[in-house]
Ligand binder design. Structure first.
Ligand SMILES: [Fe+2]
Ligand SMILES: [Fe+2]
Length: 166
């Protein structure tokens, strides 16, 4: 049985994942306008992943016969002073989502809800990857300083900042 407080948190998380989706779409558009196509593509891909996270949670709520309420989604930040500022925001977003996912996991375990714990386990592991990817991207951005084409190069070559060793 899923406790209503757990199911409410998952409902809210659907909103947070959708917000992350929109934020990465906005980031991708801004990067495109800055003529950084590889970074832009990278964030478009991240955006798709966030959307799939939201859909996966909705699937779980449906499968377990929970009430679904899609929350209002806040407006994303659409322009940035620098690439570093944009990546800092993405990194902070992933850290925030990790805390939210942990809170759902903890709520489920408070109520002995093994099903939801098991379901959330996948998201916990996913967050390890996403935080690590944003952390790597941030380090590369800081190291590249004014030469953003180096970042473009890296992403074009490796497809993923996690694989990048500068
Ligand atoms: Fe996510
Ligand atoms: Fe994410």
């Amino acid at each position: 049985m899923i406790h209503s407080s757990t199911s409410q948190l998952i409902n809210e998380q659907v909103g947070h994942e959708m917000a992350a989706f929109l934020q990465y779409v906005a980031l991708s558009c801004w990067l495109e306008s800055e003529v950084l196509p590889e970074l832009s593509k990278y964030f478009a891909k991240q955006a798709d992943e966030e959307r799939s996270h939201a859909m996966k949670m909705l699937g779980y709520l449906n499968d377990t016969d929970q009430k679904i309420t899609i929350p209002a989604i806040p407006q994303p930040v659409s322009s940035f002073a620098s690439v570093e500022e944009a990546i800092v925001l993405a990194h902070a977003q992933e850290l925030r989502v990790t805390q939210q996912i942990e809170a759902i996991y903890n709520k489920a375990s408070e109520h002995g809800d093994r099903l939801t714990q098991n379901f959330m386990q996948w998201f916990l592991e996913e967050q390890v990857e996403e935080v690590s990817a944003m952390d790597a991207l941030l380090k590369i951005t800081r190291r590249a300083e004014n030469n953003l084409f180096r970042i473009e190069d890296y992403i074009a070559r490796t497809g993923h900042p996690e694989d990048v060793q500068a």
